[in-house]
Every structure is written in structure tokens, then in C-alpha cells.
Design a protein around this ligand. Structure first.
Ligand code: FES
Length: 165
């Protein structure tokens, strides 16, 4: 490559400005992604495409940043997020049965959402209430000692949600 006549200082300055601008846009990305998720409940692909054009950042880069953080979701989420704790204490005290019951009743697997968006079923590591094992959380509420009776009430609550939804 012929670099004769090239003003190295000026070129470095230009590259520096491009990097700064790029970093600035990337810095904006996380708060914007949070905002989109607040509005839609997840990050819709078409909104990310528009964002990519608006910020002039490659879509792949936006996906790469968003997928680094597990609080961002790329598919619609349920109105109730049910997380069954699969930590050791909950595991030995029947978390697997709780999960099986929920999966069978709603015909979904862990990580999936019911078709009517009533519920998303997930697992979570120890939530710090091992004395109440097995434990599940429903949005921000902790449900301890979740035996067959409480699972049934939870199912009923979600079914009512389905009807309301
Ligand atoms: S293992 Fe489930 S709350 Fe600790």
C-alpha cells in the first residue's frame, strides 16, 4: 500500500472520530433497547431494523449487544412470568414435578410462552428462599412450598388470565 503523501495524523484523527461516534451510538443502545422492551415487552425485529437504520449501526451489532444481556427478549412474553426454581433445595423437594405439571397443563416447555401470552414459563437458579422449597416466582412474587395444591391455584390464576387476556 502506498502511504506516501498520506497525512497519518489526520487519518488517525478521522479514525478516532469514527470510533468515538460509534462508541457514542453503542452507549445509547442499551437505554434505547430497555425503552423498546418496556414499550413492547420484548424487542421486535422490525423495531430493531428501524433502530439500526436510525443509528446507522449494523443490525447484527445490535443483536449482538442485546443478546449479551439476558434481560432482553426477542419473542413476546407472557403477562405472567412464572419461574420455577431449580436450585438444589428446590430440585430435591419436587421442582421437577412442578415444572412437569405446568408444562403439561399449558402445553409449553421451559422458555416458551402460551399462545395467548398469558404465561411464560422459565426456570431460575436459587432465589434465596431455600427454607420454602420448592419455590416459584410469579412476576415479582415468591410462591413458597409450592406443592400440588398451590400449583393448582397457580394454574387457575393463569387460566383466569387467559380468559381476561
Ligand atoms: S434452591 Fe430454590 S430457593 Fe434456594
Amino acid at each position: 500500500m502506498d502511504i506516501e503523501g498520506l497525512d497519518i495524523e489526520s487519518e488517525i484523527g478521522k479514525v478516532g472520530r469514527v470510533i468515538c461516534e460509534h462508541d457514542r451510538k453503542k452507549g445509547l443502545l442499551i437505554p434505547i433497547l430497555h425503552r423498546i422492551q418496556e414499550d413492547y415487552g420484548y424487542l421486535p425485529g422490525e423495531v430493531l431494523e428501524r433502530l439500526s437504520k436510525k443509528l446507522d449501526l449494523p443490525l447484527a451489532e445490535i443483536y449482538s449487544v442485546a443478546s449479551f444481556y439476558n434481560q432482553f427478549h426477542f419473542t413476546p412474553r407472557g403477562r405472567k412470568i412464572v419461574r420455577v426454581c431449580t436450585g438444589t433445595a428446590c430440585h430435591v423437594r419436587g421442582a421437577g414435578e412442578v415444572l412437569d405439571t405446568l408444562e403439561n397443563r399449558f402445553h409449553i416447555e421451559v422458555g416458551e410462552t402460551t399462545g395467548d401470552l398469558a404465561m411464560t414459563l422459565e426456570t431460575v437458579g436459587c432465589v434465596g428462599c431455600c427454607g420454602l422449597a420448592p419455590v416459584a416466582t410469579v412476576n415479582d412474587d415468591v410462591v413458597g412450598e409450592i406443592g400440588p395444591k398451590k400449583v393448582e391455584s397457580l394454574i387457575k390464576m393463569i387460566e383466569e388470565e387467559e380468559q381476561d387476556g
